[in-house]
Design a protein around this ligand. Structure first.
Ligand code: ZN
Length: 286
């Protein structure tokens, strides 16, 4: 099964639910960044919630999410567009903590810091909204973020499972949001359903698809409105790094030329290496 996300409206449009399976792309991110298990779990949860948040917007817009909870993993940064493409990085990929045989994502993230969500909606100014981390477990932190920063009562579930070879074999999540005018009995119904749900990673490991996760919450009282393929995709290019080099101070460019060595730049999101010959560096001089 490829990674994808489904959006549905439930209970006469008073509840909006997104569910996503992200197993392959989180495994790809794990391989790219060589994250240790608990770091894979934390990073995978952030990549998943980022993709779902990206799907809440349309067109040529994108979000950057930064989390720094003061834990050993350091900063986690993701960048996502509205087309189901995410990239990201973690400051310290080689961290791992387990607690009672469970990956302690919250402990590697820490809970002494903030989530910052920067929206570049292209049509308006860039703006950032922030909220304090609650537990570092990510799902709780985004539930709080939506309530505090966006005033939308939400429920967020996220999970990642890693096998004994440190490979990601189940990853995904959901975000459920209630709209104004929702009935009290609907909220009670949903709270009971979500409360009784098995962990999202366990459901995905049992071959639950995004549609099945939504079904579990609504008992079929919904309509699907959108499906989106998801991937770990970096938008870097040699041209983009060339443009970056061109912004260097002329003295710095001259010192690269004086070194007389090929310049190698590694993309921090996808680890692709770009090399620039001395001739290419010389072309950057005025
Ligand atoms: Zn890249």
């Amino acid at each position: 099964m490829n990674d994808y996300l489904v959006k549905a409206y439930a209970f006469d449009g008073t509840v909006r639910i997104y569910a996503a399976v992200t197993t392959h792309l989180v495994e790809e991110a794990r391989k790219t960044h060589d994250t240790f298990p608990a770091a894979s779990a934390a990073f995978g949860r952030v990549l998943t919630v980022s993709l779902i948040m990206g799907a809440m917007y349309k067109g040529d817009q994108h979000l950057t999410i930064r989390i720094d909870g003061g834990g050993p993993i350091g900063k986690i940064i993701t960048s996502v567009n509205t087309y189901g493409q995410v990239k990201g990085l973690v400051e310290n990929p080689h961290v791992h903590i387990s607690n009672k045989d469970k990956l302690a994502a919250g402990m590697v993230v820490g809970n002494n810091g903030f989530i910052h969500v920067t929206k570049d909606l292209k049509v308006r100014d860039i703006f950032t909204s922030s909220s304090e981390l609650q537990t570092g477990e990510i799902a709780d932190d985004f539930t709080y973020y939506f309530a505090k920063s966006e005033q939308i009562p939400s429920s967020v579930g996220l999970g990642v499972l890693v096998n004994e070879h440190n490979e990601v074999f189940a990853s995904g999540g959901f975000i459920l949001q209630v709209m104004p005018g929702v009935k009290e009995e609907t909220i009670t119904f949903i709270e009971e359903k979500v409360g009784k749900m098995k962990p999202i990673s366990e459901l995905i490991n049992n071959d639950y698809k995004p549609e099945d996760i939504i079904n579990l919450i609504t008992e079929g009282n919904h309509e699907f409105v959108e499906e989106l393929s998801l991937s770990y995709t970096c938008d870097c290019s040699k041209e983009r790094f060339h443009n970056g080099l061109a912004t260097l101070d002329q003295n710095d460019i001259q010192s690269l030329i004086d070194d007389d060595e090929i310049v190698e730049i590694v993309c921090e999101f996808c680890k692709t290496k770009y090399t620039f010959s001395i001739e290419e560096i010389k072309s950057l001089r005025f």
